[in-house]
Ligand binder design. Structure first.
Ligand SMILES: C[S@@+](CC[C@H](N)C(=O)[O-])C[C@H]1O[C@@H](n2cnc3c(N)ncnc32)[C@H](O)[C@@H]1O
Length: 193
C-alpha cells in the first residue's frame, strides 16, 4: 500500500529498514537502508548491499541525498516529529510513511502517536487509514512482537516475569493495528512543517 501510494523512483532511503521488507518491493530503485540496530543492518546489507547504522532522528546524510524516503512500521519507536523533519530534509521529492497510530494493540500501553496530530503537523499530499488485524493470538502474539525489532522505548525498561507473561498470553485476544499511510511532498503549497 505504501509503495502504491508514493510510487517512488530513483534513489530511495528505507528508513528503519529492518531486514528490508520495503526495499524488496523496489526493484527499479537504488535503495539504501538505515536502522538503529546493527544486527538488522547486517542482515539488510547481505540482501541489498548498502546499509547504514543510524538514528532516524538525526540522519547522517546531506540535504536532498535521496529522491524519496520510505519508512514502514518504524517511526512510532522514535520522536516522529524529529524523524519526519529529518526524512524531509534528506529527500528531494517526498516521504512515504506507514505508522501504527492510537487505537492499535489494545493490551499494550505503548504511546502510539495520534493520526490527527501527524496529519495536522505535516499536511500530507495523500493519506489513508487502514485497520490491519494481526494474525496471531496468545503466546504467538507475544513472540510476534518480540521478533519485530529493537525497541527504543524509553519508558518501559523492566522485564515481565515469566508468571505474569503466561497469564498475559492466556488473556490475549486477536489484535489489530490502525495504520496511517501517508505521502508528504517535499514542497507543500498548503504549508505544514
Ligand atoms: C517493526 S521493524 C520494521 C522493519 C521494516 N521497516 C519492515 O517493514 O519490516 C522496526 C524497525 O525500526 C528500527 N528502529 C527503531 N528505532 C529506530 C530509530 N530511532 N532509528 C532507526 N531505526 C529504528 C528497529 O531497529 C526495527 O528494525
Amino acid at each position: 500500500m505504501l509503495v502504491k501510494l508514493v510510487k517512488p523512483y530513483g534513489r530511495v532511503l528505507d528508513l528503519g529498514c529492518g531486514t528490508g521488507f520495503v526495499s524488496q518491493l523496489l526493484n527499479n530503485c537504488k535503495v539504501v537502508g538505515l536502522d538503529i540496530s546493527a544486527g538488522m543492518v547486517k542482515a539488510y546489507r547481505e540482501r541489498f548491499g548498502r546499509g547504514v547504522v543510524g538514528n532516524a532522528e538525526e540522519l547522517p546524510f546531506k540535504d536532498g541525498s535521496f529522491d524519496f524516503v520510505l519508512s514502514n512500521f518504524s517511526l512510532h519507536w522514535t520522536d516522529w516529529k524529529r524523524s519526519i523533519v529529518e526524512a524531509l530534509r534528506v529527500s528531494k521529492v517526498g516521504v512515504g510513511i506507514a505508522i501504527p497510530v492510537e487505537g492499535s494493540v489494545s493490551f499494550s500501553n505503548f504511546p502510539f502517536p495520534k493520526a490527527e496530530e501527524i496529519l495536522e503537523t505535516f499536511k500530507p499530499e495523500a493519506f489513508e487509514v487502514k485497520e490491519i488485524s494481526i494474525p496471531f493470538k496468545g503466546f504467538d502474539l507475544i513472540r510476534f512482537f518480540h521478533y519485530t525489532g529493537t525497541a527504543n522505548y524509553r519508558e518501559k525498561k523492566k522485564l515481565i516475569p515469566p508468571g505474569k507473561l503466561s497469564k498475559l498470553a492466556k488473556n490475549l485476544k486477536k489484535e489489530k493495528f490502525i495504520v496511517l499511510f501517508l505521502y508528504i511532498k517535499k514542497d507543500r503549497p498548503e504549508g505544514g512543517i
